[in-house]
Design a protein around this ligand. Structure first.
Ligand SMILES: [Zn+2]
Ligand SMILES: [Zn+2]
Length: 302
């Protein structure tokens, strides 16, 4: 989709937009290995980790729908990113230092993208899809929403383009982050020791998928967990997580999973007797029943 080869395209040997597709065989291999490991050693994994046809099929279908919407939205996103790139603040050279800086800033933006999608009802309508399974295994990473472009996912990375990082590099960095996060959706990996201090690990992400009250709206990190530690949203894995959302959807239908929260929001917004102020609060306030995480509860031990 880029009009001409870029230093990143030259380095990779393929278009950075194709990262997810290029890694697809690795994802399939990892899922097969996880499935096989649990089959050989069932005592190692709880029932919530096991693959079932219904859950896995809906995860894979949602991944396909998400990829299709991503391809379409990338066309729009690139036009907007390229326009903003023309008014960039800096001309940033392509080298190892700028790549490290890009990955750090991308991860920071990912944290706020993810936190906003948990704390703003309208954005939660998209993100709830990822949390709707009561299982957690590698295939859960595929459970994504086609409506992310509607809730402005692309907006959260626009500042990086404005700083002066080329659009295709930004999209590449986001894709690498999402690819990394695929591997942390597992119950087969325990505590990773000193890595738990700065990396988002399977343990930290299991907490994120837990509906235990103390785990709700915690551990938003992408590749790094340092942002959660800095901004007071980090919680270590203590109790075994109970996966899913507090009010289960009880469906494997991808359309129900994608649109149930949109429908619920629309019903609330159109209910009689609501003032405009209440409508705005409903759409932009936190999702129902979710308390603001206490900023004073900071946990520093992994
Ligand atoms: Zn989340
Ligand atoms: Zn996840």
């Amino acid at each position: 989709m880029s009009p001409s080869p870029t230093p990143l395209t030259d380095l990779l040997g393929f278009d950075p937009h194709l990262v997810t597709l290029a890694l697809a065989p690795l994802f399939l291999l990892a899922m097969t290995a996880e499935f096989w490991q649990m089959r050989q050693h069932p005592q190692q994994a709880p029932g919530s980790a096991r693959y079932t046809w219904a859950d896995t099929l809906s995860n894979v279908t949602l991944a396909g729908l998400y990829q299709a919407s991503d391809v379409l939205s990338a066309l729009f996103t690139l036009v907007v990113y390229n326009a903003f790139f023309q008014i960039r603040l800096f001309d940033i050279p392509f080298n190892a230092a700028s790549l490290i800086l890009l990955f750090l800033i991308q991860d920071f933006c990912y944290y706020w993208f993810h936190r906003a999608h948990h704390r703003v009802r309208l954005l939660w309508c998209s993100h709830v899809v990822h949390h709707s399974s009561e299982k957690l295994n590698l295939s859960t990473a595929f459970r994504q929403s086609v409506t992310y472009p509607l809730t402005g996912m692309w907006l959260f990375w626009l500042p990086i383009v404005l700083i002066g990082f080329p659009p295709e590099s930004v999209i590449f960095a986001v894709a690498i982050s999402l690819a990394y996060q695929f591997f942390i959706h597992t119950q087969l990996v325990g505590n990773l020791g000193w890595l738990e201090w700065f990396l988002n690990t399977p343990s930290h992400h299991r907490v994120h998928h837990g509906r235990n009250p103390e785990y709700i709206d915690r551990n938003y990190g992408g590749i790094l967990i340092i942002w959660d530690r800095l901004f007071g949203t980090f919680v270590p894995e203590r109790a075994t997580p109970d996966y899913g959302i507090p009010k289960p959807i009880n469906s494997h239908n991808p359309l129900v999973l994608t649109f149930h929260e949109w429908r619920s929001l629309l019903n609330e917004l159109t209910s009689a007797g609501l003032s405009w102020k209440q409508r705005i609060q409903t759409a932009f306030g936190p999702p129902r029943g979710r308390q603001e995480p206490s900023m004073t509860r900071r946990h520093t031990n992994p």
